[in-house]
Write a protein that binds this ligand. Structure first.
Ligand code: SAM
Length: 282
C-alpha cells in the first residue's frame, strides 16, 4: 500500500525531464488488475488515483506504456537475481522518479536501497512513500557527485545501479560521464539501463509519450548496446533485451506487424544489463 497520507493534498508541479516520471508510473499502474499483467504494482495504481494529473494524455500512447511496463518487469528480474546472489549488497536507483522498485522487490532480501532524483521529485516521493531503515533518499542532480561518499558510508559492495528511462534524456557527453563515475567509483558494479536506437530517437517526437506530453527530449541513442565496450572500456554488456520481442500481444496491432517485417523497428528499444570491470576506468 502506498503510504500517501490521505489527508494530505498532493500537489504536482513537475517540469522538464522530471515530468517524464508520470509515464512509467502510469504504465505500471494500468497493469493492475489485468488478467495477463506484465507487472504487478498496486502502489503505482494508488498513486495514479491520488495524483492530480491528466494521465489520459499519456494513455494516448499505449506502446510507450507497454514498453515501460516491460522494462520494469525485466529489470525487476535482474534486481531479484542480484539481491539473491548478493544479500549484503546495495542498490542505487538513479532517476528513480516515483518508481516502486523497493516495494516490489524488498521481500527478496535485505539490501540497502539508495533512491536518487532531483529535489522536487524527492520532495514528492517523501509525501508518497514510507520511510524505511534500508531506504535512503539522495536528493539532487546525479552529476553532483557528493553522493558517492554518502552512499559508500552507508552501503556495502557489491553494487547494482539502475537508470530506467533516464539515459536517453542525457547528452552523449553526460552518458559518458555517468559511465566514468560509476566505473571509477564502483568497480565491479552491475548497471541496468535502457536506451533506444538512432531511428527511435529521430522518431521520438512522433510516438513517444514522454516526448509528446512533456518538454523533455531524447538526446542519447545507441543502435547496438553491446558496442558500448568499444566506446567505454571497462564496461561489459552481458544482456540485451529488445522490448518489442516481449509480450507481443500487448503491442498495438500495427506495431506488431511492422516490427515483424522491420528489424529496425523491432530493435528500437533495448533493456540492458552491464558490468563494470573490477578495475574499470572508462
Ligand atoms: C522517465 S523518468 C523514469 C523514472 C523511474 N526510473 C521509473 O522508471 O519509473 C526519468 C527520471 O530521471 C530523473 N532524472 C533525469 N536526469 C536526472 C539527473 N541528472 N539527476 C537526477 N535525476 C534525473 C527525472 O527527474 C525523472 O524522475
Amino acid at each position: 500500500m502506498s503510504s500517501c497520507d490521505s489527508d494530505a493534498t498532493l500537489v504536482l508541479d513537475l517540469q522538464d525531464v522530471q515530468e517524464t516520471l508520470l509515464t512509467p508510473l502510469c504504465a505500471r499502474a494500468d497493469q493492475w488488475g489485468c488478467p495477463d499483467a506484465i507487472i504487478e504494482d498496486e502502489t503505482a495504481k494508488e498513486l495514479v488515483q491520488q495524483l492530480p494529473y491528466d494521465f489520459d494524455k499519456i494513455r494516448r500512447y499505449p506502446n510507450t506504456l507497454t514498453g515501460c511496463a516491460i522494462r520494469a518487469a525485466i529489470m525487476d528480474g535482474w534486481i531479484r537475481e542480484f539481491i539473491t546472489a548478493n544479500p549484503e549488497g546495495s542498490i542505487g536507483l538513479l532517476g528513480v522518479g516515483l518508481d516502486t522498485a523497493f516495494e516490489r522487490n524488498r521481500r527478496f532480501g535485505d539490501v540497502n536501497w539508495f533512491e536518487f532524483d532531483f529535489e522536487d521529485v524527492m520532495a514528492l516521493r517523501d509525501k508518497c512513500f514510507a520511510g524505511h531503515p534500508k531506504r535512503h533518499p539522495i536528493s539532487g542532480d546525479i552529476f553532483n557527485t557528493g553522493w558517492i561518499d554518502q552512499v559508500k558510508a552507508k552501503g556495502d559492495a557489491p553494487w547494482l545501479f539502475q537508470a530506467a528511462g533516464v539515459l536517453m534524456y542525457l547528452s552523449p557527453e553526460k552518458v559518458r560521464e555517468l559511465f566514468h563515475v560509476l566505473g571509477t567509483h564502483f568497480p565491479g558494479a552491475t548497471f541496468l539501463f535502457d536506451g533506444c536506437s538512432d531511428f527511435a530517437k529521430a522518431n521520438s517526437h512522433r510516438w513517444e509519450a514522454t516526448v509528446r506530453t512533456t518538454s523533455a527530449r531524447y538526446h542519447w541513442s545507441i543502435d547496438d548496446p553491446r558496442m558500448l565496450a568499444s566506446k567505454f572500456p571497462g564496461i561489459h554488456v552481458t544482456d540485451v533485451e529488445y522490448m518489442m520481442e516481449h509480450h507481443r500481444r500487448k503491442w498495438r496491432l500495427d506495431t506488431r506487424f511492422w516490427s515483424t517485417v522491420l528489424p529496425k523497428l523491432r530493435r528500437s528499444y533495448h533493456i540492458n544489463r552491464a558490468h563494470f570491470s573490477d578495475s574499470a576506468v572508462c
